[in-house]
Each structure stands twice: as C-alpha cells, then as structure tokens.
Design a protein around this ligand. Structure first.
Ligand code: SF4
Ligand code: SF4
Length: 180
C-alpha cells in the first residue's frame, strides 16, 4: 500500500533529495573529472543527439516546469520550440517503454547552459562529467538508488500510471509552461 502525498510536499522532498545528491557527487567525485569551465565546447554533451537519453518522472517534469516558468518569455518560447522539434525530429513519441531513444536536450540554451542547472536538474545529468579514469566514476548504484526514491515519491503523488519519459516528452506532457 502506497501512502499518498501532496504534489507540493513531494516537490519539496524532491528538492531535498536532489540537493543532497548533488552535494555528495560534488564532494566525493567531481574533483576527479575534467572541469566544464575547461571544455572546448561547453554543453556539447547536452546537445549530442546520439548521447542524451535522460528520462524523468512526472514529478521531475513539474519541478522543471516551475523553473522554466520563471524565465523571460522569449526564453520560454525557445524552450517550447526546441521541445516540439526534439519530439518530432527524434520520434520520441514513438519510443516504447524499453527503448532508450536519444535526443538533443531542449533545456540547453547557448550562452547560458542548462536552464535548470541549480533548481531542477535531473539526477543522471548531475552525475554526468568527463572522467579520464573509469574507476573515478560514481558507482551506478548511487544513481539507481536515488532514482528509485524519486520513483517512489512520484508514485505516492500520481499512482503508478506515469512511467519516466524522455525529457522533451515529459515536459510537454506534464509541465504547465507548455500548453498545446
Ligand atoms: S561534461 Fe564534459 S563535454 Fe559536457 S560540458 Fe563538461 S567537460 Fe564538456
Ligand atoms: S537537463 Fe540540463 S544538464 Fe541535462 S541534458 Fe538537458 S541541458 Fe543538459
């Protein structure tokens, strides 16, 4: 039996979880990775349509929606356009639940970077960095455990119906800043 929780309370818990996860990754692992400030093409990882395959829950999409809603209107419009384009270009609506489709992330803005960097960044993006040595990477279980906790929170708010979706589909379906 799942104990229900309000969306507001779940968003607060999600923020706490994300903050402590970010702190742990920064303190224990990030120093061993290449600093993004030194990247020859910052954000190429976010725009690589053959690489990004991040899926998020409805709850995470709501957090992203709240963050985007606070941006200037022209920026919101650009995110909306990129989202629509990504869904159609990479046929993300046609992905079956087990297929990890890849896409260029619509939340990346040239000259700014990830638009949800400090407030609603998905956990796989928090973990991602360019490590030279495989043994320096954060163990997979850290991400798996944290994602399971988010999945449980999501289920407590919405039930089991909303499985994680590719970022563009999730923000189109569940974020209020995009209305189709
Ligand atoms: S994670 Fe790697 S590719 Fe992405 S911006 Fe940082 S250094 Fe560049
Ligand atoms: S959510 Fe942010 S960090 Fe993750 S792929 Fe998109 S732009 Fe990059």
């Amino acid at each position: 039996m799942i104990k229900p929780i309000s969306e507001t309370r779940a968003l607060f818990k999600l923020e706490e979880l994300r903050d402590s996860f970010t702190k742990m990754i920064r303190e224990r692992y990030e120093a061993k990775a290449k600093p993004c400030d030194l990247c020859d093409s910052p954000g190429k990882c976010c725009q690589d349509e053959h690489y990004v395959n991040v899926r998020i829950t409805r709850l995470e999409a709501r957090a992203i929606g709240a963050a985007i809603q606070d941006l200037p209107s022209e920026l919101i419009e650009r995110v909306r356009d990129r989202t629509t384009r990504a869904i159609s270009t990479f046929k993300l609506d046609q992905a079956d639940a087990n297929e990890l489709k890849t896409f260029a992330c619509p939340l990346f803005e040239a000259g700014i970077g990830c638009l949800v960097h400090n407030i609603a960044k998905p956990l796989p993006c928090i973990v991602h960095a360019c490590y030279e040595r495989r043994e320096d990477l954060p163990p997979d279980e850290l991400l798996e455990n944290a994602e399971s906790r988010i999945a449980r929170l999501n289920a407590r708010v919405y039930g089991d119906r909303s499985l994680p979706c590719p970022i563009p589909v999730a923000i189109r379906n569940w974020s209020r800043f995009i209305s189709y």
